[in-house]
Design a protein around this ligand. Structure first.
Ligand SMILES: [Ca+2]
Ligand SMILES: [Ca+2]
Length: 209
């Protein structure tokens, strides 16, 4: 009896742990490759060099939706001093045939992009929607502010229901910041060595006596 009670306890614990450790799955947007934290501020970063072109894809995940996603709109904002749009390639023309752009009045660095049409995107589907290319401009700075930000504005399913709030996260953003060239790291090392040279000489001199 005691053994069966113990087994029951273990079963309950196992079920509880399984429930706790199972991640909550839901609709989302994400970028690949994903970005990471390079410093102490709150925004994720990508280390870049002036003049290079960076590329990344927007992934749309409809996990948890109950009807096909029939339209999908997002707001895109870019720091035009650090990044210059260098083209994009869409992969979803057979899913959302209609593509539209709504410029933001007075702001050339932001735009709303709309997609709709048949057949739409089925629930519990993950696709790469498009790829972005951006040229890194010389006015690069590390100020902890987003240089690229993309947010879901609206998603309407086949029942006409607004499902925007089901997308978690519904925003993806990152900052671009410079990484030192290998030669400049060598340069810093050479300066340090030259600065230390008198101390090294003195130390060697003392070792003689
Ligand atoms: Ca950061
Ligand atoms: Ca920046």
């Amino acid at each position: 009896m005691r053994q069966s009670a113990s087994l029951l306890t273990h079963s309950v614990i196992a079920i509880t742990l399984a429930t706790v450790s199972t991640p909550v799955m839901g609709a989302s947007i994400s970028l690949i490759p994903s970005f990471s934290q390079l410093d102490g501020d709150s925004i994720d970063d990508i280390g870049v060099k002036v003049g290079e072109t960076i590329s990344f894809n927007l992934v749309l995940d409809t996990t948890g939706l109950t009807a096909p996603l029939q339209s999908f709109d997002y707001f895109l904002e870019v720091d035009g001093l650090e990044l210059d749009f260098a083209g994009s390639t869409r992969f979803d023309a057979d899913i959302f045939p209609n593509l539209g752009f709504i410029p933001t009045e007075g702001d050339p660095n932001s735009i709303t992009v709309t997609r709709d049409g048949e057949p739409g995107l089925a629930p519990n589907t993950i696709i790469e929607l498009l790829s972005f290319n951006y040229l890194v401009l010389p006015d690069l700075k590390n100020d902890g502010l987003a240089d690229f930000s993309l947010s879901v504005v609206s998603g309407i399913d086949a029942n006409g229901t607004e499902v925007r709030d089901l997308f978690i996260p519904a925003t993806q953003s990152f900052e671009v910041q410079g990484v030192p060239e290998p030669w400049s790291v060598l340069g810093i090392g050479a300066v340090w060595f030259l600065g230390m040279l008198p101390k090294i000489k003195n130390s060697l001199w003392r070792q003689k006596f």
